[in-house]
Design a protein around this ligand. Structure first.
Ligand code: ZN
Length: 157
């Protein structure tokens, strides 16, 4: 296991689409283990493989209610109810903004054995699911900024 370097804004890889994972092998397990270490070290709530320079559809999340690994994740349902909360990204260090996201989402994803699992997230977890799955399509949270009226004073710019 190892800490991997997180790519930051300016690296064109962040805008690329990640490829489907087909092989559930040692290379995938090593990536997952490294991503877990990197997530813990950086004190984030989520990390997509593209953020460590690997264009594979792999996400790790820990919103404080347990660590999960999502392989080939898809959002299958979004609530009509929205939330406007502060979001940041390990690839945009020191920056935060209020985004507009669904309040609740349902996600299907494979685990490291290839088994499909269903997840539901509300609040922070829904934001996290949306944010990380967007990364797999080269989309950053700055594409989901809420209207000016929702923007909060984040202190020093
Ligand atoms: Zn991010």
């Amino acid at each position: 296991m190892a800490i991997r370097k997180i790519v930051t804004l300016g690296d064109p890889i962040l805008y690329k689409k990640s490829r489907i994972v087909e092989k559930f092998d040692d290379r995938l397990f090593e990536l997952l283990d490294d991503m877990k270490d990197t997530l813990i070290k950086s004190e984030g709530v989520g990390l997509a493989a593209v953020q460590v320079g690997v264009l594979r559809r792999v996400v790790v999340i820990d919103c404080g209610d347990g660590y999960i690994e999502l392989i080939n994740p898809e959002v299958t349902e979004r609530s009509e109810e929205l939330q406007h909360e502060t979001e940041g990204c390990l690839s945009l260090p020191g920056k935060y903004a209020v985004t507009e996201r669904p309040m609740t989402v349902k996600v299907r994803a494979q685990d490291r054995t290839g088994k499909w699992c269903l997840y539901k997230g509300t609040g922070l977890k829904a934001r996290c699911f949306c944010h990380e799955i967007d990364h797999l399509d080269g989309i950053l949270y700055t594409s989901h900024l809420a209207d000016e009226k929702y923007q909060k004073n984040m202190g020093a710019d």
